[in-house]
Design a protein around this ligand. Structure first.
Ligand code: DAT
Ligand code: MG
Length: 154
């Protein structure tokens, strides 16, 4: 099964949306394998948003991400990198599809409540960036019998 990294951004914590966001992933049938609240610093944000380092909004983006704590989560499931991106919706929240997390809970491009890894390759790098191996948990999830067909569980 794949794993992906999700960040609950400072705006979501300030707005009291943590439970709502976690619940979306739980209800989908994904397995939570790691979770921690943390203050992000410039070093981790430079790495995490390296693809945006030369953008004019980079400074305000990192300022926003450091404005209060964030919550890092690792979710597991079949092809879950793509499934989680779909659950989150597109970057510009006010244009994101209704039903998605950003589409339902946010209006902004920058304050868009969540981050999710955009590829299997980046998910592996991002999980390592935010979690030590011992902070990730392997356990059986009893509901898998009803979340997946037999062939999908193999
Ligand atoms: P996503 O978070 O949907 O993967 P991204 O990787 O392109 O989008 O950008 C990372 C974050 O940077 C995004 O969630 C919000 C911020 N951002 C992106 N484009 C922006 C813009 N034009 N103005 C302000 N913030 C922006
Ligand atoms: Mg991205």
């Amino acid at each position: 099964m794949e794993r992906t990294l999700v960040l609950i951004k400072p705006d979501a914590i300030q707005r009291g949306l943590v439970g709502e966001i976690v619940s979306r992933f739980e209800k989908k049938g994904l397995k939570l394998v790691g979770m921690k609240m943390m203050s992000l610093d410039e070093a981790i944000l430079k790495e995490h948003y390296a693809h945006l380092a030369d953008k004019p909004f980079f400074k305000s983006l990192s300022g926003f991400m450091m404005s209060s704590p964030a919550i890092a989560m690792c979710w597991e499931g079949l092809e879950c990198v793509n499934a989680v991106r779909l659950l989150c919706g597109i970057t510009k929240a006010r244009s994101a599809e209704a039903g998605s997390i950003r589409g339902d809970l946010a209006m902004s491009v920058s304050c868009n409540v969540v981050h999710a890894s955009d590829s299997v390759e980046n998910a592996a790098k991002e999980i390592k960036r935010f979690f030590k191996t011992e902070d990730l948990f392997d356990y059986a999830k009893s509901e898998y019998e009803f979340v997946y067909g037999e062939d999908e569980r193999a």
